[in-house]
Design a protein. Sequence first.
Length: 396
Amino acid sequence: MRIAMIIEAWEPIWGGGQVHVYEICKRLVTHGVKIDLYVMALRDTSGRVYNENEELFDGKLRIIRVGFPKSFTFMNRIIWAFEVMWAILSNHRKTPYSLIHAHANLPGLPAKILSRLLNVPVVYTVHGSGIEALEKMYGKGFKSRILYLFEVFLQRKIEYDIEITVDRKFLKYYNVNNPVYIPNGVDIEKFDRTNVQKGKMFKILFVGRIHPQKGLRCLVKAVNKIKNEFDYNLGVIAIVGGDTKWTNEEKIVRTLIKKLGLEKYFIFRGRLPEKELLKEYKSSMLFVLPSLFEGMPLTLLEAWASKLPVLATKVGENPYLIMHKYNGWLVEPGEVNDLAKALKDLLNTPKRKLEIMGKRGYSLVKDRYSWDRIVDDIYNIYLWVISYESANNFRR
């Protein structure tokens, strides 16, 4: 089986979607699948270029960076959609693909066009829908409206052979497809192998892109409301993440922190290599994710793999995973007072109770969310789609 897989962003941009794709590719090749992964050739704000192709896992996974190196802007992504179609068409002529698997959002459009042109099935994975949060992030102007229409078209109006969603909330929307729920996973063994002693400081951890989606401005404002509690409990928030695309948002967040005089409560760690990231998780007391929208956040699973209690918003898959005050806390997205109250309560919760909550989360991910199980499900979908198309010999 030979697969053309498409996702826009890759190095230097790295988030949950990229981790998901890498983890499933790493395991799909053990099923005998050969994968060409098509991504954008990128240029970061410092001018560094990421345009070299790679071969991993004895050449079974090829990462093909398509087009001239670009910054990750909306117009450049549209241009890249045409470039990636040409690249896949050219490689298909040499050695045909059995299937195209696109990952949200924009790749759904070139993948659908290619499936028609090449007469091969297309699978599309939705990693989260931000439709409900667009106005909170960008206001009520033209940009929000265009993004709304574009996302609805890609996720709900294009008919794919199979559409996969990582969060169950997406199943509630009207959709021409009948999406299949396959969650994200976590490699719990690498967390078990990392042992780090926690310090006296009540360290709260955030991991993710520094983007309006993630609600960091709300978090800063919440800390400002209860900074006396942070002083009393020696509280500090470590922010791990950030890439070249979201420099403007990081500037906004840092400026807000400085304006409110909260510099001593926030530590920006940047993007960390895996070993250092694992240490950050294991040395923390609480994980916070104040997002305005999510699909199924990988960082939530990673926090539980580290036996951390979690504080997150009622978005995406979170309400299906978090039982309030049992294995974590849930608050309304974008509500500063709600988040501040929850932070205050957690800062004053006995350490033993927090540990119990974290262990409950650990048991959940260990029992249900292994990457191996998830990749088995994806591989079986591949087999079904290919056999179905072969038997019926038609394209939609």
